[in-house]
Design a protein around this ligand. Sequence first.
Ligand code: CA2
Length: 145
Amino acid sequence: MKILVINGPNLNMLGVREPEIYGSLTLEQIKDELEVYAKDLDSSIELEFFQSNSEGGIVDKIQSAYNVFDGIIINPAAYTHTSVAIADAIASVNIKTVEVHLSNIYSREQFRHSSFIAPKCLGQVAGFSNNGYKMALYGLYCSLK
Ligand code: CA2
């Protein structure tokens, strides 16, 4: 089972600033932790990680997943609240996708309460910091196996 994990803009800065909102782990540490979790869950799970600060880069990566990956986990970061292009890309590849947010976007500013991405997804996990990626992987795994 091949799963693509996509992280959007500024998430490469995790662990550097705002740990009270996003947790203290770096993106590299979140990646390492998810690799360990995946191996424990099922040794046949293969993860690939991708981070981009650009909307086009994320759209290109989603398109390239067509017929290659079984599932996608995505934290679209700020593009969650603005990107029709990423939402359309997810719909176009027909790959089961789970949206993840480190913070609880519904307890923050009003503009973070809406997601263009969520309606194209199997589900959404928000507010559980780095553990959200593990929760998303478990949900995706159960729905794919
Ligand atoms: O809670 C999340 O995971 C978000 O996707 C994070 C985005 C935010 O725009 C979304 O509304 C919710 C922001 C990512 C910015 O990452 C930073 C990392 C370190 C320091 C500052 C920002």
